[in-house]
Design a protein around this ligand. Structure first.
Ligand SMILES: Nc1ncnc2c1ncn2[C@@H]1O[C@H](COP(=O)(O)OP(=O)(O)O)[C@@H](O)[C@H]1O
Ligand SMILES: N[C@@H](CCC(=O)OP(=O)(O)O)C(=O)O
Length: 263
């Protein structure tokens, strides 16, 4: 069992689209309530959560349906995320408000992390929010991201933010219980408790994610980004976001999901 000698003060939590949506691709308010309830508990314990959330495209599809007259896939994503992002934020804003906690939105493209003025600007923004007691909620700015300035997915955004802020912990919450040693839904496979950064993890990846789903990442990208952050001495975990109290249990050192560790 992990034994944290002191509790982390800054935790980046990344939430994937598949965890937030049901099989009809509708955002599940109960999942958001459970998530924000735990973030609020951390906040009250003087641990600042920084939330990286996917789900804008899903929230846009929920409102528009899939029947857009526009056929270009890139433009369709722009339209869905443009409509969906404020809907997603409304959910978060209202739930955080129930706990008396303020939250603010940070949308970024990869250019915002390039060294120099952009990066400084990003750091100032996060530090300003954190110093003001406002929980940052980040997503990729899908409406303006061009492929050359796009993150591979929000797993990359989460790792970059964790590094940028020198976070103590990075937690990827997804809809699987962690990294499995084979196809996650097969009877004989189980969750790996630990993965080391120099371990050959390709062998564990069963597929590249379901192309029909609305997210963009997959377990391969999560592992790559998890290893990158772990190599910078950030404690990294991958776990199922719908497991009761998963965040609080991880922070309190309980073995849950997969921990990605430096060697
Ligand atoms: N070894 C593995 N362990 C866990 N999940 C895996 C593995 N190999 C492939 N996957 C797939 O990776 C997907 C998780 O990534 P994804 O759906 O993109 O999550 P998110 O929306 O949280 O970013 C799951 O659908 C799962 O089927
Ligand atoms: N930025 C997109 C999500 C992109 C993404 O990385 O999705 P996911 O693989 O579900 O974390 C959105 O808000 O819909």
């Amino acid at each position: 069992m992990e034994n944290l000698s002191k509790k982390p003060r800054k935790i980046v939590v990344k939430v994937g689209s598949n965890m937030l949506t049901n099989h009809k691709n509708r955002i599940m308010d109960t999942v958001l309530q459970h998530l924000v309830g735990q973030l609020a508990e951390l906040y009250e314990d003087n641990i600042m959560p920084i939330l990286i959330t996917s789900g804008s495209v899903a929230a846009g599809m929920e409102a528009m349906g899939r029947e857009l007259s526009i056929k270009d896939d890139a433009v369709r994503r722009q339209i869905y995320s443009s409509m969906g992002q404020p809907r997603l934020m409304r959910h978060y804003y209202e739930i955080f408000q129930q706990y008396g906690i303020r939250c603010g939105q940070v949308l970024a493209t990869k250019r915002d992390f390039s060294p120099g003025k952009h990066r400084e600007n990003m750091i100032n923004c996060y530090n300003g929010l954190i110093a003001s007691g406002i929980v940052p909620i980040a997503n990729e700015d899908d409406t303006v991201s061009l492929s050359m300035s796009a993150f591979s997915d929000n797993d990359e955004l989460a790792a970059l933010v964790a590094e940028l802020l020198e976070a103590d912990m990075l937690i990827f919450l997804t809809h699987k219980d962690g990294v499995f040693n084979g196809p996650p839904d097969a009877a004989h496979t189980e969750v790996l408790e630990e993965v080391k950064i120099d371990e050959k993890t390709e062998q564990y990846i069963h597929d590249k994610g379901d192309p029909k789903t609305i997210g963009r990442g997959n377990m391969a990208s999560k592992l790559k980004m998890a290893k990158k952050a772990a190599s910078k001495n950030i404690a990294v975990h991958i776990a199922n976001g719908t497991t009761p109290n998963v965040l609080l249990d991880i922070v309190n050192g309980k073995q849950i999901g997969t921990r990605v560790m430096a060697n």
